[in-house]
Design a protein around this ligand. Structure first.
Ligand code: GTP
Ligand code: SPV
Ligand code: MN
Length: 597
């Protein structure tokens, strides 16, 4: 690596007094050696990368195969979100709900400020202004992250609209009495015992200490765009959701936009970048990626829900990404990508389980690869990359109005019971289907993997307030003028007796989306059951895929006894929220339970 070139930061400071005084207060507490206001320029990014390459934070990857790509090895104790250390600090504990860890705001501030005291000595304090959503969009919201991690700054540059334009918007809105989210982050000592992610929804603030990883540290993502935004959205009449947004263009040239909520590491990035099966491609089907993780949507004047992707990049799961499963993602990450915790081939190419059958030389910790140490890449190894590099990137991702949503899809990892796809009878039923979502846990958060838990709307780790109030907010969209999307539930992860997935998934998921669009347009058939409308295997185009009779029966079947037990379990879950749970949702659950008798 060449020597670090000296870099002159952009003229420091801001014309917004509230921002200037917050930065000054944080600097007085954390005592950094220097302060750098980030402008988001290429030059600034290049200088950050060069300094991290010089100190070993980033390792160069093979420049012939992966130009502009870098590897970061995180602290081995810091590899995923930490739900047990994540708190939502409302003044009233009941507002956080049983779905969140809670701490009183004054106690949380005191705890965090003690950790932050002097923590940036010898370090640079970076001020990172960012915008979530297209800069000119009324749906977009801004924030400022203060961090002492150059890795976080570089990732924020890829994941958000970061820099001078965002600062200009923050200053303009601030001058008119507007607010911005204040996120304070420090790597601290990367000690799991001194690690907390604290949210203060009523103050639009986040304090995160002791982790440099993903959703713990890139505060625009889960902390702002989901936990704080969901709370803001409730008060302002919109929705902030853990959903991908994908446009499906049919051979006539009509595009339907679909938003889908799957829990972490359950297939959002893959569905958002789907490549149609060959026969669909030849017929003229196209897929457009608007977003792969987060969706902000609100009712438009026409009564439909209009959605933006607040992010500008992907922080995607590497393991499992291959030329067969997700060629669009693989093409996206050939250049200008930061890889975290992947393995290396002997010529410094990145590698992970499921990529291909080459043999890795070094594992994610930089040790010579030995299968006895576990997988070569960490199961939550990730890539960070600008969304625009994706071959299926939709230019509508920059549309300040967003895109109109035709269908909302919920889904989880369910080895048993739950069929491939079914449709809600109406909005209230759809909200119940979302509220009742279950899924097996994944490596995206620390803790046991493969444990079935309720993960309503894929928001269990991300809803910034009481789920009972959140479900009530969802129900409130069903107003007389509303033209709401149809709601569906999918399960790509149903297993057969031999433990293998019954459904081929990935590109073939388009067959299921085609049926949904047919339902939205009133063309496709379904059978009514107590759990909703189910297609038969004849209602989907299954041409060209091998599915045994048993697999068909399981994927399109309806197990009455199994669902009776499931509805009882859903009822118990809703009751955990006490009288705050909307009556309409409980009545819906009780009605379905009766129909199943
Ligand atoms: P987060 O970024 O954590 O929110 O995850 P995500 O929801 O975007 O999940 P992603 O698309 O990255 O998929 C996670 C894992 O699920 C990868 O290992 C994929 O290969 C696998 N996967 C995705 N879609 C399918 C599918 O249709 N079928 C099967 N069997 N596996 C899938
Ligand atoms: C998730 O866990 O849902 C992610 C990755 O998208 S992280 O940014 O770490 O939250
Ligand atoms: Mn996610």
């Amino acid at each position: 690596m060449s020597a670090v070139r000296p870099f002159e930061p952009a003229p420091a400071g801001t014309s917004l007094p509230s921002l200037a005084s917050w930065v000054a207060d944080v600097a007085a507490l954390t005592r950094p050696d220097r302060i750098q206001w980030c402008d988001g320029s290429d030059r600034e990014y290049a200088a950050l990368i060069a300094s991290m390459a010089a100190d070993g934070t980033l390792l160069p990857l093979n420049p012939d195969t992966h130009p502009g790509c870098w590897l970061h090895r995180s602290d081995p104790r810091d590899v995923a979100r930490v739900e047990h250390l994540t708190f939502v600090c409302h003044a009233d504990a009941a507002d956080a709900g049983p779905n969140n860890h809670w701490m009183a705001p004054h106690a949380a501030h005191a705890k965090m400020d003690a950790l932050f005291a002097g923590c940036m000595e010898g370090r640079t304090l970076y001020v990172v202004p960012y915008c979530m959503g297209p800069i000119g969009s009324e749906l977009a919201r801004c924030g400022v992250e203060i961090t002492d991690s150059p890795y976080v700054v570089a990732n924020m540059r890829l994941m958000t609209r970061m820099g001078a334009d965002a600062l200009t918007r923050i200053e303009r809105e601030g001058g008119q009495g507007g607010t911005f989210v204040r996120g304070l982050h420090s790597l601290g000592e990367l000690d799991p015992d001194r690690r907390f992610i604290m949210h203060f929804p009523e103050e639009l603030a986040v304090k995160s200490y002791g982790s440099g990883y993903g959703g713990n540290a890139l505060l625009g993502k889960k902390c702002h765009a989901l936990r704080l935004a969901s709370y803001q959205a409730r008060h302002e009449g919109w929705l902030a959701e853990h959903m991908l947004i994908v446009g499906i263009e049919d051979p006539r040239g009509d595009t339907h936009y679909i938003a889908a909520a799957f829990p972490s590491a359950c297939g959002k990035t893959n569905l958002a970048m789907l490549i149609p099966p060959p026969a669909y491609r030849e017929a003229g089907w196209k897929v457009w990626t608007v977003g792969d993780d987060i969706c902000w949507m609100r009712p438009g004047e026409d009564g439909r829900l209009w959605a933006i992707n607040p992010e500008a990049g992907y922080f995607g799961v590497a393991p499992g990404t291959s030329a067969a499963s997700n060629p669009n993602a693989l093409a996206t990450i050939q250049r200008d990508t930061i890889y975290t915790n992947v393995a290396l081939i002997d010529d410094d190419q990145p590698w992970w389980e499921g990529l291909d059958d080459r043999v890795p030389a070094l594992d994610w910790q930089g040790r010579p690869y030995d299968p006895a140490n576990g997988p070569a890449a960490h199961p939550n190894a990730r890539f960070t990359v600008s969304a625009r590099q994706c071959p299926s990137w939709s230019p509508r991702a920059e549309d300040p109005r967003g895109v109109p949503i035709s269908a909302i899809v919920f889904g989880g990892r369910r080895a048993s019971l739950v069929p491939l796809v079914f449709e809600a009878r109406d909005w209230t039923h759809g909200v119940l289907i979302g509220a009742a979502m279950g899924s097996e846990t994944t490596a995206a958060a620390t803790g046991a993997v493969g444990v079935m838990r309720r993960d309503p709307m894929a928001m269990k780790p991300f809803c910034g307030y009481n789920f009972a109030d959140y479900f009530a907010h969802w129900l409130s969209f069903d107003t007389p003028g509303a033209k709401l999307p149809k709601i569906f539930h999918v399960n790509w992860f149903r297993k057969g007796d031999d433990g293998t997935f019954l459904w081929p998934g990935f590109g073939d998921n388009l067959r299921v989306l085609e049926w949904m669009i047919g339902r939205v347009d009133g063309r496709a058939n379904a059978v009514e059951t107590p759990i909703g409308y189910l297609p038969t295997d004849a209602d989907l185009n299954l041409e060209g895929i091998a599915l045994s009779g048993d697999a068909r029966a399981t994927l399109f079947g309806f197990d009455r006894a199994g669902w009776q037990a499931e509805l009882a379990s859903i009822g118990t879950y809703l009751d955990e929220y006490g009288p705050r749970m909307p009556q309409g949702l409980k009545e819906e659950q009780q009605w379905i339970a009766i129909c199943l008798k």
